[in-house]
Design a protein around this ligand. Structure first.
Ligand SMILES: C[S@@+](CC[C@H](N)C(=O)[O-])C[C@H]1O[C@@H](n2cnc3c(N)ncnc32)[C@H](O)[C@@H]1O
Length: 345
Protein backbone atom coordinates (compact mmCIF):
# COMPACT_ATOMS: atom_id res chain seq x y z
CA UNK A 1 0.00 0.00 0.00
CA UNK A 2 1.27 3.48 -0.77
CA UNK A 3 0.52 6.63 1.18
CA UNK A 4 0.82 10.16 -0.05
CA UNK A 5 3.30 12.07 2.10
CA UNK A 6 0.88 14.72 3.41
CA UNK A 7 2.68 16.63 6.17
CA UNK A 8 1.09 15.92 9.56
CA UNK A 9 -1.18 13.15 8.26
CA UNK A 10 0.85 10.32 9.83
CA UNK A 11 -0.71 10.27 13.31
CA UNK A 12 0.39 6.79 14.38
CA UNK A 13 2.17 8.04 17.52
CA UNK A 14 -0.75 10.03 18.85
CA UNK A 15 -3.17 7.20 18.08
CA UNK A 16 -0.97 4.80 20.05
CA UNK A 17 -1.15 7.10 23.08
CA UNK A 18 -4.91 7.65 22.62
CA UNK A 19 -5.65 3.93 22.41
CA UNK A 20 -3.14 2.23 24.70
CA UNK A 21 -5.56 2.70 27.65
CA UNK A 22 -7.70 -0.03 26.02
CA UNK A 23 -4.98 -2.69 26.36
CA UNK A 24 -5.36 -3.33 30.07
CA UNK A 25 -9.21 -3.42 30.12
CA UNK A 26 -9.14 -5.96 27.26
CA UNK A 27 -6.72 -8.15 29.16
CA UNK A 28 -8.61 -7.79 32.45
CA UNK A 29 -11.92 -8.71 30.86
CA UNK A 30 -10.44 -11.70 29.00
CA UNK A 31 -8.84 -12.92 32.24
CA UNK A 32 -11.95 -12.52 34.34
CA UNK A 33 -14.30 -14.13 31.82
CA UNK A 34 -12.01 -17.13 31.26
CA UNK A 35 -11.40 -16.33 27.59
CA UNK A 36 -7.70 -17.20 27.50
CA UNK A 37 -8.09 -20.32 29.64
CA UNK A 38 -10.83 -21.52 27.28
CA UNK A 39 -8.67 -20.91 24.18
CA UNK A 40 -5.72 -22.64 25.88
CA UNK A 41 -7.95 -25.71 26.39
CA UNK A 42 -9.26 -25.58 22.87
CA UNK A 43 -8.30 -23.09 20.14
CA UNK A 44 -11.29 -21.43 18.53
CA UNK A 45 -12.67 -18.85 16.13
CA UNK A 46 -14.48 -15.80 17.50
CA UNK A 47 -17.82 -17.54 16.87
CA UNK A 48 -16.71 -20.75 18.59
CA UNK A 49 -15.31 -19.03 21.67
CA UNK A 50 -18.31 -16.73 21.99
CA UNK A 51 -20.70 -19.72 21.76
CA UNK A 52 -18.66 -21.69 24.29
CA UNK A 53 -18.56 -18.88 26.86
CA UNK A 54 -21.89 -17.21 26.05
CA UNK A 55 -20.18 -13.90 25.20
CA UNK A 56 -21.12 -11.19 22.69
CA UNK A 57 -19.26 -12.16 19.51
CA UNK A 58 -18.95 -8.58 18.28
CA UNK A 59 -17.22 -7.38 21.45
CA UNK A 60 -15.22 -10.59 21.79
CA UNK A 61 -13.87 -10.23 18.24
CA UNK A 62 -12.45 -6.83 19.21
CA UNK A 63 -10.83 -8.20 22.36
CA UNK A 64 -9.30 -11.20 20.58
CA UNK A 65 -7.94 -8.95 17.82
CA UNK A 66 -6.23 -6.76 20.39
CA UNK A 67 -4.83 -9.68 22.41
CA UNK A 68 -3.48 -11.16 19.18
CA UNK A 69 -1.87 -7.89 18.18
CA UNK A 70 -0.28 -7.70 21.66
CA UNK A 71 1.26 -11.15 21.19
CA UNK A 72 -1.00 -13.27 23.44
CA UNK A 73 -2.93 -15.05 20.69
CA UNK A 74 -2.06 -16.18 17.22
CA UNK A 75 -4.53 -17.01 14.45
CA UNK A 76 -4.05 -20.28 12.58
CA UNK A 77 -6.51 -21.44 9.94
CA UNK A 78 -9.32 -19.33 11.36
CA UNK A 79 -8.80 -20.28 15.03
CA UNK A 80 -7.04 -18.37 17.77
CA UNK A 81 -4.33 -20.20 19.77
CA UNK A 82 -2.61 -18.93 22.92
CA UNK A 83 1.09 -18.05 22.72
CA UNK A 84 3.81 -18.85 25.28
CA UNK A 85 3.55 -15.29 26.62
CA UNK A 86 -0.12 -15.89 27.43
CA UNK A 87 0.63 -19.33 28.93
CA UNK A 88 3.23 -17.88 31.28
CA UNK A 89 1.47 -14.80 32.61
CA UNK A 90 -2.19 -14.87 31.72
CA UNK A 91 -3.38 -18.39 32.55
CA UNK A 92 -4.54 -19.16 36.11
CA UNK A 93 -2.81 -22.55 35.85
CA UNK A 94 0.65 -20.93 35.51
CA UNK A 95 2.82 -20.34 38.60
CA UNK A 96 3.60 -16.93 37.06
CA UNK A 97 -0.05 -15.89 36.57
CA UNK A 98 -0.56 -12.20 37.30
CA UNK A 99 -4.05 -12.86 38.69
CA UNK A 100 -3.47 -10.90 41.90
CA UNK A 101 -2.43 -7.85 39.93
CA UNK A 102 -5.35 -8.13 37.52
CA UNK A 103 -7.82 -8.47 40.42
CA UNK A 104 -6.66 -5.16 41.87
CA UNK A 105 -6.50 -3.41 38.51
CA UNK A 106 -10.14 -4.24 37.84
CA UNK A 107 -11.12 -1.94 40.70
CA UNK A 108 -11.91 1.57 39.51
CA UNK A 109 -11.42 1.04 35.77
CA UNK A 110 -14.54 2.43 34.05
CA UNK A 111 -13.39 1.24 30.62
CA UNK A 112 -12.99 -2.30 31.96
CA UNK A 113 -16.51 -2.16 33.44
CA UNK A 114 -17.98 -0.93 30.14
CA UNK A 115 -16.11 -3.56 28.14
CA UNK A 116 -17.17 -6.35 30.49
CA UNK A 117 -20.80 -5.22 30.12
CA UNK A 118 -20.45 -5.24 26.32
CA UNK A 119 -19.00 -8.76 26.45
CA UNK A 120 -21.77 -10.23 28.57
CA UNK A 121 -24.70 -8.42 26.89
CA UNK A 122 -26.25 -9.96 23.76
CA UNK A 123 -27.00 -7.70 20.79
CA UNK A 124 -30.69 -6.89 20.27
CA UNK A 125 -32.32 -8.18 17.11
CA UNK A 126 -33.58 -4.91 15.63
CA UNK A 127 -31.45 -2.80 13.27
CA UNK A 128 -32.62 0.63 14.51
CA UNK A 129 -30.60 1.31 17.64
CA UNK A 130 -32.01 2.22 21.00
CA UNK A 131 -30.27 4.52 23.46
CA UNK A 132 -31.13 4.01 27.08
CA UNK A 133 -28.09 5.27 28.96
CA UNK A 134 -26.20 8.54 29.24
CA UNK A 135 -23.26 7.96 26.89
CA UNK A 136 -22.89 9.98 23.63
CA UNK A 137 -23.92 6.89 21.72
CA UNK A 138 -27.24 6.78 23.56
CA UNK A 139 -28.10 10.29 22.35
CA UNK A 140 -27.01 9.31 18.83
CA UNK A 141 -29.10 6.13 18.97
CA UNK A 142 -32.25 7.89 20.10
CA UNK A 143 -31.61 10.91 17.85
CA UNK A 144 -31.58 13.37 20.77
CA UNK A 145 -28.39 15.14 21.66
CA UNK A 146 -28.27 18.09 24.08
CA UNK A 147 -26.56 21.32 22.95
CA UNK A 148 -23.82 20.76 25.56
CA UNK A 149 -23.13 17.16 24.47
CA UNK A 150 -23.15 18.26 20.81
CA UNK A 151 -20.64 21.06 21.47
CA UNK A 152 -18.07 18.89 23.26
CA UNK A 153 -18.48 15.97 20.83
CA UNK A 154 -18.12 18.23 17.78
CA UNK A 155 -14.93 19.77 19.13
CA UNK A 156 -13.60 16.28 19.96
CA UNK A 157 -14.34 14.85 16.51
CA UNK A 158 -12.97 17.90 14.70
CA UNK A 159 -9.52 17.44 16.25
CA UNK A 160 -9.70 13.63 16.17
CA UNK A 161 -10.30 13.54 12.40
CA UNK A 162 -8.46 16.61 11.04
CA UNK A 163 -5.34 14.78 9.84
CA UNK A 164 -7.27 11.82 8.42
CA UNK A 165 -9.47 14.28 6.50
CA UNK A 166 -6.48 15.99 4.89
CA UNK A 167 -5.16 12.58 3.87
CA UNK A 168 -8.46 11.73 2.15
CA UNK A 169 -8.57 15.11 0.42
CA UNK A 170 -5.09 14.53 -0.98
CA UNK A 171 -6.23 11.47 -2.91
CA UNK A 172 -8.04 11.80 -6.23
CA UNK A 173 -11.02 9.83 -4.87
CA UNK A 174 -13.47 12.76 -5.04
CA UNK A 175 -12.02 14.57 -8.06
CA UNK A 176 -15.09 13.85 -10.18
CA UNK A 177 -17.74 14.17 -7.44
CA UNK A 178 -20.08 17.17 -7.75
CA UNK A 179 -22.45 16.78 -4.79
CA UNK A 180 -21.44 14.93 -1.64
CA UNK A 181 -23.74 13.93 1.24
CA UNK A 182 -21.56 13.71 4.36
CA UNK A 183 -23.63 11.56 6.73
CA UNK A 184 -22.75 12.18 10.37
CA UNK A 185 -20.44 14.86 9.01
CA UNK A 186 -20.25 16.66 12.36
CA UNK A 187 -18.17 19.87 12.15
CA UNK A 188 -17.64 19.30 8.43
CA UNK A 189 -14.09 18.21 9.14
CA UNK A 190 -13.95 16.09 5.96
CA UNK A 191 -16.24 18.17 3.72
CA UNK A 192 -14.30 21.36 4.42
CA UNK A 193 -10.96 20.02 3.20
CA UNK A 194 -12.59 18.14 0.33
CA UNK A 195 -14.32 21.34 -0.84
CA UNK A 196 -11.06 23.28 -0.49
CA UNK A 197 -9.28 20.69 -2.61
CA UNK A 198 -12.00 20.40 -5.29
CA UNK A 199 -13.48 23.78 -6.33
CA UNK A 200 -16.30 22.07 -8.28
CA UNK A 201 -17.56 20.14 -5.24
CA UNK A 202 -20.45 21.08 -2.96
CA UNK A 203 -21.29 19.17 0.20
CA UNK A 204 -24.14 18.74 2.65
CA UNK A 205 -23.45 17.78 6.24
CA UNK A 206 -26.27 15.59 7.53
CA UNK A 207 -26.25 15.35 11.31
CA UNK A 208 -28.47 15.71 14.36
CA UNK A 209 -30.08 19.16 14.85
CA UNK A 210 -27.88 20.12 17.82
CA UNK A 211 -24.74 19.43 15.73
CA UNK A 212 -26.07 21.25 12.65
CA UNK A 213 -26.43 24.36 14.83
CA UNK A 214 -22.63 24.34 15.26
CA UNK A 215 -21.37 23.21 11.85
CA UNK A 216 -21.90 26.56 10.02
CA UNK A 217 -19.33 28.24 12.30
CA UNK A 218 -16.63 25.74 11.25
CA UNK A 219 -17.63 26.15 7.59
CA UNK A 220 -17.76 29.96 7.65
CA UNK A 221 -14.34 30.14 9.27
CA UNK A 222 -12.92 28.57 6.09
CA UNK A 223 -15.03 30.76 3.77
CA UNK A 224 -17.03 27.85 2.34
CA UNK A 225 -20.61 28.78 3.27
CA UNK A 226 -21.60 28.99 -0.43
CA UNK A 227 -20.60 25.32 -1.05
CA UNK A 228 -21.28 23.52 2.23
CA UNK A 229 -24.70 23.42 3.87
CA UNK A 230 -26.37 21.31 6.54
CA UNK A 231 -29.36 18.96 6.68
CA UNK A 232 -30.57 18.36 10.23
CA UNK A 233 -31.93 14.83 10.54
CA UNK A 234 -31.89 11.63 12.53
CA UNK A 235 -30.20 9.28 10.04
CA UNK A 236 -32.09 6.28 11.45
CA UNK A 237 -35.61 7.67 11.42
CA UNK A 238 -35.82 10.67 9.04
CA UNK A 239 -35.83 10.61 5.22
CA UNK A 240 -32.44 11.14 3.56
CA UNK A 241 -32.13 13.90 0.95
CA UNK A 242 -31.73 13.13 -2.78
CA UNK A 243 -29.56 14.86 -5.37
CA UNK A 244 -26.05 13.62 -4.46
CA UNK A 245 -23.66 11.56 -6.55
CA UNK A 246 -21.71 10.32 -3.49
CA UNK A 247 -22.56 9.47 0.10
CA UNK A 248 -19.66 9.69 2.55
CA UNK A 249 -19.68 8.05 5.99
CA UNK A 250 -16.56 8.50 8.10
CA UNK A 251 -16.30 6.80 11.48
CA UNK A 252 -20.02 6.10 11.35
CA UNK A 253 -20.21 2.34 10.76
CA UNK A 254 -17.81 1.69 13.63
CA UNK A 255 -20.36 3.09 16.12
CA UNK A 256 -23.04 0.53 15.21
CA UNK A 257 -23.80 -3.16 14.97
CA UNK A 258 -23.56 -4.73 11.49
CA UNK A 259 -27.37 -4.88 11.17
CA UNK A 260 -27.59 -1.14 11.82
CA UNK A 261 -24.78 -0.45 9.30
CA UNK A 262 -26.68 -2.48 6.73
CA UNK A 263 -29.75 -0.30 7.30
CA UNK A 264 -27.59 2.83 6.79
CA UNK A 265 -26.06 1.39 3.61
CA UNK A 266 -29.57 0.64 2.33
CA UNK A 267 -30.63 4.24 3.04
CA UNK A 268 -27.62 5.47 1.03
CA UNK A 269 -28.50 3.09 -1.80
CA UNK A 270 -32.08 4.40 -1.77
CA UNK A 271 -31.13 8.04 -2.38
CA UNK A 272 -28.19 7.61 -4.79
CA UNK A 273 -28.67 7.67 -8.58
CA UNK A 274 -27.36 4.77 -10.71
CA UNK A 275 -23.57 5.16 -10.81
CA UNK A 276 -23.51 6.99 -7.47
CA UNK A 277 -21.09 5.81 -4.80
CA UNK A 278 -21.09 5.00 -1.12
CA UNK A 279 -17.78 5.85 0.58
CA UNK A 280 -17.05 4.32 3.98
CA UNK A 281 -14.00 5.78 5.70
CA UNK A 282 -12.74 3.65 8.60
CA UNK A 283 -9.69 2.17 10.29
CA UNK A 284 -9.80 -1.43 9.07
CA UNK A 285 -8.87 -4.66 10.82
CA UNK A 286 -6.79 -7.20 8.91
CA UNK A 287 -8.69 -10.02 7.21
CA UNK A 288 -7.63 -12.52 9.89
CA UNK A 289 -9.09 -10.27 12.62
CA UNK A 290 -5.78 -10.31 14.51
CA UNK A 291 -4.65 -6.70 14.13
CA UNK A 292 -3.21 -4.27 13.29
CA UNK A 293 -2.85 -3.14 16.88
CA UNK A 294 -4.19 0.41 16.43
CA UNK A 295 -7.34 -0.78 14.64
CA UNK A 296 -7.79 -3.59 17.18
CA UNK A 297 -7.46 -1.17 20.10
CA UNK A 298 -9.88 1.23 18.38
CA UNK A 299 -12.28 -1.69 18.01
CA UNK A 300 -12.09 -2.39 21.75
CA UNK A 301 -12.77 1.30 22.44
CA UNK A 302 -15.80 1.13 20.14
CA UNK A 303 -17.04 -2.12 21.71
CA UNK A 304 -16.81 -0.55 25.16
CA UNK A 305 -18.16 2.92 24.45
CA UNK A 306 -20.53 2.57 21.47
CA UNK A 307 -22.70 -0.12 19.90
CA UNK A 308 -20.02 -0.92 17.31
CA UNK A 309 -16.59 -2.26 16.41
CA UNK A 310 -14.02 -1.85 13.62
CA UNK A 311 -14.51 -3.98 10.49
CA UNK A 312 -12.32 -5.92 8.09
CA UNK A 313 -12.54 -5.03 4.40
CA UNK A 314 -14.23 -8.40 3.82
CA UNK A 315 -16.96 -7.61 6.34
CA UNK A 316 -17.64 -4.20 4.77
CA UNK A 317 -17.59 -5.72 1.29
CA UNK A 318 -20.26 -8.25 2.30
CA UNK A 319 -22.34 -5.58 3.96
CA UNK A 320 -22.25 -3.20 0.97
CA UNK A 321 -22.94 -6.09 -1.41
CA UNK A 322 -25.99 -7.06 0.65
CA UNK A 323 -27.22 -3.45 0.38
CA UNK A 324 -26.99 -3.71 -3.45
CA UNK A 325 -23.66 -2.01 -4.20
CA UNK A 326 -21.19 -3.45 -6.75
CA UNK A 327 -17.51 -2.95 -7.70
CA UNK A 328 -16.51 -2.60 -4.07
CA UNK A 329 -12.91 -1.68 -3.54
CA UNK A 330 -10.64 -0.41 -0.84
CA UNK A 331 -8.05 2.33 -0.92
CA UNK A 332 -5.64 3.11 1.88
CA UNK A 333 -5.73 6.87 2.49
CA UNK A 334 -3.24 7.17 5.36
CA UNK A 335 -1.07 4.75 7.36
CA UNK A 336 -4.14 4.05 9.53
CA UNK A 337 -7.27 4.73 7.49
CA UNK A 338 -8.96 3.32 4.41
CA UNK A 339 -11.81 4.25 2.16
CA UNK A 340 -14.14 1.48 0.99
CA UNK A 341 -16.21 2.46 -2.03
CA UNK A 342 -19.14 0.76 -3.71
CA UNK A 343 -21.15 1.80 -6.77
CA UNK A 344 -24.91 1.68 -7.24
CA UNK A 345 -25.52 -0.28 -10.48
C1 LIG B 1 -17.96 9.36 15.41
S1 LIG B 1 -18.67 10.84 14.84
C2 LIG B 1 -17.98 10.94 13.21
C3 LIG B 1 -17.81 12.37 12.75
C4 LIG B 1 -17.05 12.54 11.44
N1 LIG B 1 -17.75 11.89 10.35
C5 LIG B 1 -15.64 12.04 11.57
O1 LIG B 1 -15.26 11.04 10.96
O2 LIG B 1 -14.89 12.68 12.31
C6 LIG B 1 -20.33 10.35 14.54
C7 LIG B 1 -21.21 11.44 13.96
O3 LIG B 1 -22.48 10.87 13.64
C8 LIG B 1 -23.49 11.74 14.10
N2 LIG B 1 -24.69 10.96 14.42
C9 LIG B 1 -24.81 10.03 15.36
N3 LIG B 1 -26.06 9.57 15.43
C10 LIG B 1 -26.75 10.23 14.48
C11 LIG B 1 -28.11 10.18 14.08
N4 LIG B 1 -29.00 9.40 14.69
N5 LIG B 1 -28.47 10.96 13.03
C12 LIG B 1 -27.58 11.79 12.43
N6 LIG B 1 -26.29 11.88 12.80
C13 LIG B 1 -25.88 11.11 13.81
C14 LIG B 1 -22.89 12.34 15.37
O4 LIG B 1 -23.57 13.51 15.79
C15 LIG B 1 -21.46 12.57 14.93
O5 LIG B 1 -21.33 13.81 14.28
Amino acid sequence: MTHLPVPGSDTRDVWEIYLSPTWMPALLAADELGVLASIADEPGSVAEVSARLGLNGRALGSVLALLASLGYLVPRQGRFHVTDAARHHLLPSSPFHWGGVWAQMRQGSPLYTQLRTALITPDPAEAIPRGNGDRSVDGWASGTLSPEAAASMTKYMHSHSAAAAVAVAHTDLFASTRRLLDVGGCSGVFSIVLAERHPGLSCTIMDLPAVCELTPDYVKERGLADRIDTYAADMFRDPWPHGYDAVFLSNIFHDWRPATCLALARSAFGVLPAGGTINVHEMLLDDDGAGPRTAAAFSVLMAASTQGQQFTFGQLESLLTEAGFVDIDCRSTSPLHSLVRGRKP
